[in-house]
Design a protein around this ligand. Structure first.
Ligand code: PEP
Length: 251
């Protein structure tokens, strides 16, 4: 049985001071919690969050990284910098990076490689737009994204990898996928992982669902056989709400 992972993507929200206020409220609520919890604050909050989380059961992650280890890339942040702030996880290929910042599958692939070789656990986000779902293209979109993003990834990377199914039409819209849609997509991804990366990768790689997860729909999503956790955006900004979601998860 794969342990659940509950990840909170804060996007461009919360200053370092607000991060501290959040943690003062959140940490006592989850100090006994056993599922894996990851918070993904914005870059400026990482260092302070890393100091506050280092002796807790809550892990730290970043929302993005640059594929190169160093150099003339103004505004960018490397895997080594994230590790030094205390990060263990990093989002790669979030739909806002793909659609707002125009990241291609080729770039996502390079970032994934940089994350793994830098010692981070990538949370690879994949998912279709509403137009693609309506056109019956969900599986072909997932196939293209997974095939390109994970092409030739070495087997030693598999234990570190997490895949998040995030239908673009459900992110920040208040519209959640039905349990049937979430389970069908997660099962399809697991079958793809089994077929392309091997049986063991298919069994062990965790698949999250993301898209308007809230305290009142988390339990039914977390009960799905192929959903091993949730990636929570807006609802993760509230410490009490996020703790309620954590309480629905299994260790
Ligand atoms: C996300 O940012 O990954 C996300 C799922 O956002 P929201 O929960 O707000 O839909």
């Amino acid at each position: 049985m794969r342990a659940h992972l509950i990840a909170g993507n804060w996007k461009m929200n919360k200053t370092p001071s607000e991060t501290e206020v959040f943690l003062a409220r959140f940490l006592p609520l989850v100090s006994q919690a056993e599922p894996e919890i990851v918070l993904l604050p914005a870059f400026p909050s990482l260092h302070r969050a890393g100091c506050l989380l280092c002796k807790t059961n809550v892990r730290l992650g970043a929302q993005d990284l640059h594929p190169e280890p160093r150099g003339a890339f103004t505004g960018a942040v490397s895997a080594e910098m994230l590790i030094d702030c205390g990060c263990r996880y990093v989002l790669v290929g979030h739909s806002e990076r793909r659609h707002v910042f125009g990241e291609s599958n080729a770039l996502v692939r390079c970032k994934l490689e940089a994350a793994v070789s830098g010692g981070l656990h990538p949370i690879l986000c994949v998912g279709e737009t509403l137009a693609e779902r309506r056109a019956g293209e969900t599986e072909s979109v997932l196939q293209t994204q997974l095939g390109s993003d994970l092409a030739d990834l070495s087997a030693r990377s598999f234990p570190h990898l997490v895949v998040a199914y995030e239908p673009v039409w459900a992110i920040g819209t208040g519209e959640t996928a039905t349990t049937r849609q979430a389970q069908d997509a997660a099962a399809w991804i697991r079958e793809w992982l089994r077929r392309e990366l091997g049986a063991s990768a298919g069994e062990t790689i965790r698949i999250l669902y993301g898209g308007s997860v809230k305290p009142d729909n988390a339990a039914e999503l977390l009960a799905l056989p192929d959903v091993d956790g949730v990636l929570v955006g807006g609802a993760s900004l509230d410490p009490v709400g996020l703790a309620q979601i954590v309480a629905e998860a299994r260790a």
